[in-house]
Design a protein around this ligand. Structure first.
Ligand code: BES
Ligand code: ZN
Ligand code: ZN
Length: 475
C-alpha cells in the first residue's frame, strides 16, 4: 500500500506528476517528446519526461470524475517505474484535491493475496503538494482529505473481502471479520446464529442457507452516538457463494459468484467509515450472511416459505435467493424503527442488462428520495440510475399458491420486479424511507475500469456514506 501525504516537504522526492488539460502546459523538451509520441493531453494519456523526472497526465477537463479516473491510471503507471517518493501537484480547489486523493488511493489496490510471486513496486509514497494559491486560500481542508483517506481504507478493505475466495470467506468468516472490525473501531456487534434466526422466524433466510455445510449468520453492527436524532439502517446481501441452489447456475454464470457478498461487504465498509468519521447519527449495519448450495436438504422450487414478516412466498427459482435473505433482514431492520432504510445487493443479472456493468440501479417508492440519493451518489463518483416501479410490473410477482412468488412471471423488467418483491416486505410506515440499490453490475467487473481494478470495486460505500453524512446537515 502506498502512503499518501499532503504538503510534506520533509521527504526527498524522486519525481513529479502534473496534470494538464492541453499541451500548452508542456516544457520545450516535453513538447518535442510529446510530438514524437503523439501525446495530446487527452484524458488518461501519460507522458514521462526522463530529463525532468516528470509525468504529465492529460485531462480532457479538470472535473472531479476525470481527475479521479486519471489519478487512478497515473498510480498504475507510476508503479511500473523505480521511483520511491513522488510529488503530485494538486489543484486550486478542495473538491478536486479530494477527487485526486481518492483516485490515487483507489487506483493503488490490487488483489495479490493468493499470488506466490507478488509484483513488488518500489513506490512507497505519494505526496499531494497544494499549489501556492491553494495554500494561501486554505482550499484543501484537512478534514476533507482525511475523509478521502478513510474512504480509501474502507473501500480497499471491502474489495479484499469480496475478492476472497468462498472457501476462505464463509458466513462465519464474515461474522468474525465484522466482530474484529467492531472491536477495532468501537462499534457494537451482534451475531445471530441458526438458533437466533429460528427464534426470529427468519425462515426464508434459513431455507436458502439449509443445504450448505456453512451455517448462516445475521450480522448486526451499530454506531450509536449519544443524542443522535436520526437513525439509519443499512442492509446488505451477504451471499458468500451463490451456486443457484437446485435451480443450479450454468458453469459460466457460477464463476464470480463469490462476489454475491458485495452488498454485505459494502455494509462493513460503510460501518467502518461511519465509525471513523463519527457523525451524530445512529447507524445500523445488517448483513444476511448465507451460502446458496445444493444437497438433499436443499430448499426447492415449489416450496412455500413463511417469512419473518408473516408473508408467505412460493419459491419458483432457488437462484432468486438474495430477495429471500433480504426480506427477512429488512423485516428485522424495520423493528429498529429507522428513519431511513437502504439495502445493497447484487440482486439481479437483469439490472446489469438494463444499465450495463458500471451502473447501480436505485429503486424505491419515494421518488424524491430516489432523486436525492441519485444526486449524492453521482457526486460521490459512483454511477447510478433510477429504475421506476409501476403497478403493472407488481402484478407479475403474484402467486397462485402463496402471498407472493419469488420470481416474476415475465422475463422482462427483472431488476424492478426484484425490487418490488422487496418492497412488499416494507411496512406502510417505512415505504417512503426505503431505497433499494441493485449493485449486481459494478460490484465485480472482470476488467479494470475507472478507479477500479479487475475484480471487486467496493461500490456503494462512497454513495451511502455521503447520503448518511448529508442527513447531518438536513436537520
Ligand atoms: N446473484 C445473482 C444475481 C447476479 C447476477 C449478480 C450476475 C451479479 C452478476 C442472483 O441471486 C440471481 O441469480 N438472480 C437471478 C434471478 C432470476 C432467477 C429471477 C438472475 O438474475 O438471473
Ligand atoms: Zn442467485
Ligand atoms: Zn445471488
Amino acid at each position: 500500500m502506498i502512503e499518501i501525504s499532503f504538503n510534506d516537504n520533509k521527504t526527498q522526492k524522486d519525481a513529479e506528476v502534473v496534470f494538464i488539460t492541453d499541451t500548452k502546459g508542456l516544457s520545450k523538451t516535453a513538447k518535442e517528446i510529446a510530438h514524437l509520441q503523439s501525446f495530446g493531453a487527452k484524458n488518461g494519456e501519460i507522458l514521462f519526461v526522463n530529463s525532468e523526472k516528470r509525468f504529465y497526465c492529460g485531462l480532457d477537463s479538470a472535473t472531479p470524475d476525470n481527475i479521479r479516473e486519471v489519478a487512478a491510471k497515473a498510480v498504475r503507471t507510476l508503479k511500473k517505474y523505480t521511483f520511491k517518493h513522488i510529488n503530485i501537484i494538486g489543484f486550486d480547489d478542495e473538491n478536486l484535491n479530494y477527487a485526486l486523493t481518492l483516485g490515487l488511493g483507489l487506483g493503488d489496490y490490487e488483489f495479490s493475496t493468493y499470488k506466490s510471486k507478488k509484483e513488488d513496486s518500489t513506490l512507497k509514497s505519494l505526496n499531494i503538494a497544494e499549489s501556492k494559491k491553494a495554500e494561501s486560500k486554505k482550499i484543501a481542508k484537512d478534514s476533507t482529505l482525511q475523509k478521502a483517506l478513510i474512504l480509501i481504507d474502507s473501500i480497499n478493505f471491502v474489495r479484499e473481502i469480496v475478492n476472497t475466495p468462498p472457501q476462505d470467506c464463509t458466513p462465519i468468516d464474515l461474522a468474525n471479520i465484522a466482530n474484529k472490525m467492531a472491536k477495532e473501531f468501537g462499534l457494537e456487534c451482534k451475531i445471530g446464529d441458526v438458533a437466533f434466526l429460528k427464534k426470529e422466524k427468519m425462515n426464508a433466510m434459513l431455507a436458502v442457507s439449509r443445504a450448505s455445510d456453512k451455517e448462516p449468520r445475521l450480522i448486526h453492527l451499530t454506531h450509536k452516538p449519544k443524542g443522535a436524532k436520526i437513525k439509519v439502517a443499512v442492509v446488505g446481501k451477504g451471499l458468500t457463494y451463490d451456486s443457484g441452489g437446485l435451480s443450479l447456475k450454468p458453469a459460466d454464470y457460477m464463476t464470480t459468484m463469490k462476489a454475491d457478498k458485495s452488498g454485505g461487504c459494502a455494509v462493513l465498509g460503510i460501518m467502518r467509515t461511519i465509525a471513523k468519521l463519527n457523525p451524530n447519527i445512529e447507524v445500523h449495519g445488517i448483513i444476511g450472511a448465507s451460502e446458496n448450495m445444493i444437497g438433499g436438504n436443499a430448499y426447492k422450487p415449489d416450496d412455500i416459505l413463511s417469512t419473518r414478516e408473516g408473508i408467505s412466498v412460493e419459491v419458483k427459482n432457488t437462484d432468486a435467493e438474495g430477495r429471500l435473505v433480504l426480506c427477512d433482514c429488512l423485516s428485522y431492520a424495520q423493528d429498529l424503527k429507522p428513519d431511513y432504510i437502504i439495502d445493497l445487493a447484487t440482486l439481479t443479472g437483469a439490472c446489469v442488462v438494463a444499465l450495463g456493468e458500471y451502473t447501480s440501479g436505485i429503486m424505491g417508492y419515494n421518488k424524491e428520495l430516489n432523486k436525492q440519493f441519485e444526486n449524492i451518489a453521482l457526486n460521490s463518483g459512483e454511477l447510478v440510475s433510477i429504475l421506476p416501479f409501476n403497478k403493472h410490473l407488481e402484478k407479475l410477482i403474484e402467486s397462485k399458491n402463496a402471498d407472493i412468488s419469488n420470481v416474476s412471471s415475465s422475463r422482462y423488467g427483472g431488476a424492478i420486479t426484484a425490487g418490488l418483491f422487496l418492497g412488499r416486505f416494507i411496512r406502510e410506515e417505512y415505504k417512503d424511507s426505503w431505497i433499494h440499490l441493485d449493485i449486481a453490475g459494478p460490484a465485480f467487473v472482470e476488467k479494470e475500469w475507472d478507479v477500479n481494478p479487475y475484480g471487486a470495486s467496493g461500490i456503494g460505500v462512497r454513495s451511502v456514506v455521503d447520503f448518511i453524512l448529508s442527513l447531518n446537515n438536513a436537520r
